[in-house]
Structures are given as C-alpha cells and as structure tokens.
Design a protein around this ligand. Structure first.
Ligand SMILES: [Zn+2]
Length: 435
C-alpha cells in the first residue's frame, strides 16, 4: 500500500532530462518517491491528493541563512554594512540567549515551510539550539557556528568555544535522523580571522568529512583590504590554506576576480548567491552569468532576514534571473529554468544531499512542494517553469512535504506550534530591544 498518491499534477521534475510532465501521478512510500509518470500505479494509497490546478516541484533549498536573525527582522534597515553590523546587529547578538536561537530558528522555519523551502544551510551561534530546532521542526538543515577571531596570538583552536560546540554537535546531531541534520564546518570570513584559524577549521572539516561554509568577497572593501594586507584575493588566500579542500559553499562572491572564479570552479565550490541581501546592503551584484559561463555551480540563499527581510526563495529566483539580464543587457542570461536549478539541484549539491534531494525522481526523498495555480496571478500557464520562476510567490504554496510528511499544508503546520512561537516572541523582544 502506498502512503500517498498525488494525482494528475503538473510535475516540474528537475531531473537530468529536464522533464516537465502534465497529468503526472506521484507515488510515495516510506518517505521516498517510488513512482512518477502519467500512468496510474496499481497499488492503493492511504492518502490521495488531487493535483489538478497544481504544480509539483522539488522543495527549495536555501544555502545561506542565519535563521535566528529573524528576531531582528526590520530592526536595522537602510544602513551601510559596517554600521549595520557594528552599531546595530552585534549589540543585539551580545544579548542573545541559547533559547532565543531556538525560537528565532523556529520562526524562520515556519516562514520557510510556508514559502516552499525544505532545507537550509545556517551559520549562527549556539549550535545545540540551532540543531534542536531543526530536529524538532522536521526540515533538513546544515548548521554551523563559524570560526572567528581577531587575535592570532591568543587564539587556540582546541580551547575555543566554537570548537567545543562543534565537537559536541558532531557527536550529538551530525547525521541525525538518517542525515536530515548535518554539521558543517564554517569560517565567518577572511576579514574576521587569519590563516592559522582557516587551516585549523579546514583540518577539522577534512578529518570529520564535513562541508565548509564561508562568506567570501561580499563587499568591495573586504576584497580590497585583503589585497592590500596579503597581496592576494580572499578566494586565493582561502584556497591556499585548504578551506576549499572539502565540499564548500562560498556565500556572496560579489567582488570575485576572473582568477577567483577559476579557483572556485576548480574546487567545485558552490557560490551561494543572495541577491536581495546584496542589494539591500548596497554590496553590489555578483557576476552570476559569468560564473555560470565558467561552469561554476550557483545556488541561492536569503542571508539573515535582518538584511532581506524575508526567507522567500521565489523572490531570490526571480531577482537572480532579472539582475543578470539587466547587468549584461542580454535577456537570455539566467533562464527561468536555470533559476529553478539554482534553488533545487545546485542547492542539493552544496549541502551534500544530491543523492536524495533536488529532483522528483524515484528513489529520491519525497520532499516536494505543491503550488496552487488557480490564483489569478498565476493564470494562464504557458510554461510551468516560467510560472514558477517569474510569477509565483512563496504565498502560493499550498503544501510543503519532507520525506512524505506534510510539514505545512493550507496554512497549517504539523511540527511547529506557531501560536506558541508568536506568544514567546514578545518576552524575547522586550529583553533584546527594550531592556
Ligand atoms: Zn551571511
């Protein structure tokens, strides 16, 4: 007996053949897709969803977030990056308690699920609370607490609190629930640390076979400062110190050079492109068309919502495509399908989940979303990939499913208590912003 059958749906499979199937039936058993095609499976199903008027696609993957920053949504807008960070974000972060991280991460997961995201790569503090929030919320999560130090003399990798948290999370949460939770190694950025720290973290990643997550050349200033300090670019410095020797995600890459892009391509680094955050902080526009031309893999991220201010990956898809058309003057750059690819297949690879996520294919996790196309803003449908990349909004999602289980359906959550999240917010906000 099947657990679920989705009948007569338009399926944008994102598989290797790029198939888009009309009137498809998708069968789910034990959390996996067991069949997808236009024939009707013989087996009975415990639940059937009528897919008429809906599009099914793989759940979206957010490859750069700081989820608990949702507590600061709309708190510090329209500042330059250094002022935003030093005068507004850091003072609040100093007051964050471990339980705030759990709450902020849950709030972000509620938003992500309601807008079609099933998996996210997070970099923030208090690993145990981040991981516990992911474990309880039912999403996939690659979580990390990034190495950062301004004092090479006193820095001791083994004594550092981030290392202590990493080792604890490695033992307790890494690979939990059959790999739904993954610990990543992370370095905050070139400008917030130094070569010995990079080598220590790269070694830790290699030893434990972890992915690496790092901010790279987000602003022109950090890129130029690094050139002045070392005579080399941030990408070159991290490359030479082994940071890209395990599977790595480099967030932003707005100011990378031609040679930087070649180095990243050589190491198969995924660039996590965050167009909304880069625009909002005035950082610039990453040369994504150029990257794709060089065979670099580009995925999408939202960054923290204090610089976004939402986790809606549909916005990022549309902007990622439009920006490249605008800056190159060539509307053929970054097609609708390529934007979808960034949010699914590229993201799955970045997270080390390409064997289970990113496409609707038998054997893959049944982690998919349904979009209600009966809404006026989505009709009519000439090309489903265009509908998804250019017309759909996160709010058009009617179902978000992870491993065959609906985590969000028609406004309701099955793993998150949204009323409790709302009611706990007040006290936390009072302590953080009004004390
Ligand atoms: Zn970031």
């Amino acid at each position: 007996m099947l657990d679920l059958l989705i009948r007569q749906v338009t399926a944008v499979t994102m598989n290797d053949q790029g198939q888009i199937l009309e009137g498809a039936n998708i069968a789910v058993k034990d959390g996996k897709i067991v069949f997808i095609g236009t024939e009707l499976p013989q087996e009975m199903a415990a639940r059937t969803i009528e897919g008429g008027g809906k599009i099914a696609m793989p759940g979206l993957i957010n490859t750069h977030a700081h989820a608990a920053m949702s507590l600061m949504r709309g708190y510090a807008d329209d500042y330059v990056l250094q002022e935003w960070l030093n005068d507004h974000v850091f003072p609040v972060e100093d007051k964050l308690m471990p339980e705030d991280i759990y709450l902020g991460t849950q709030l972000s997961m509620a938003e992500m699920l309601a807008t079609g995201t099933i998996s996210f790569t997070d970099m923030y503090m208090h690993l145990n609370q981040m991981a516990q929030a992911v474990e309880d919320g039912g999403m996939y999560g690659n979580f990390s607490n990034a190495g950062m130090s301004f004092d090479p003399k006193s820095y001791d990798f083994d004594a550092d609190d981030v290392t202590r948290q990493n080792r604890e999370a490695l033992a307790r949460y890494h690979q939990a629930d059959s790999g739904r939770l993954l610990l990543d190694a992370a370095i905050h950025a070139e400008y917030t640390s130094f070569p010995r720290l990079w080598r220590d973290f790269a070694g830790f990643a290699k030893e434990n076979r972890l992915n690496m997550h790092v901010h790279l050349s987000e602003t022109q200033k950090e890129h130029q400062d690094c050139l002045q300090k070392y005579g080399k670019t941030p990408a070159r410095m991290l490359y030479e110190n082994g940071v890209f020797d395990t599977r790595a995600t480099a967030a932003h890459c707005v100011w990378v050079s031609e040679e930087d892009m070649d180095l990243l391509a050589e190491k198969q680094v995924t660039v996590a492109h965050n167009p909304v955050s880069n625009l909002k902080l005035g950082s610039g526009i990453a040369p994504v068309a150029r990257m794709l031309g060089k065979g670099l893999r580009v995925s999408l991220g939202t960054d923290g919502v204090c610089s976004n201010n939402s986790h809606d990956l549909f916005e990022e898809m549309k902007l990622a495509a439009l920006l490249q058309k605008g800056v190159t003057g060539d509307p053929r750059q970054v097609s609708a399908y390529q934007a979808l690819w960034m949010a699914t297949r590229a993201g799955a690879f970045a997270q080390g989940r390409e064997a289970s996520l990113g496409q609707l294919t038998p054997g893959y996790d049944a982690s998919l979303i349904l979009i209600d196309t009966n809404r006026p803003g989505l009709l009519p449908i000439h090309h489903p990939e265009s509908t998804l990349a250019y017309s759909a909004k996160g709010g058009d999602i009617c179902l978000t499913m992870v491993r065959g289980k609906a985590l969000y359906e028609n406004g309701e959550y099955t793993t998150l208590d949204i009323e409790r999240i709302r009611s706990r917010l007040g006290g936390v906000l009072n302590r953080l912003f009004r004390a």
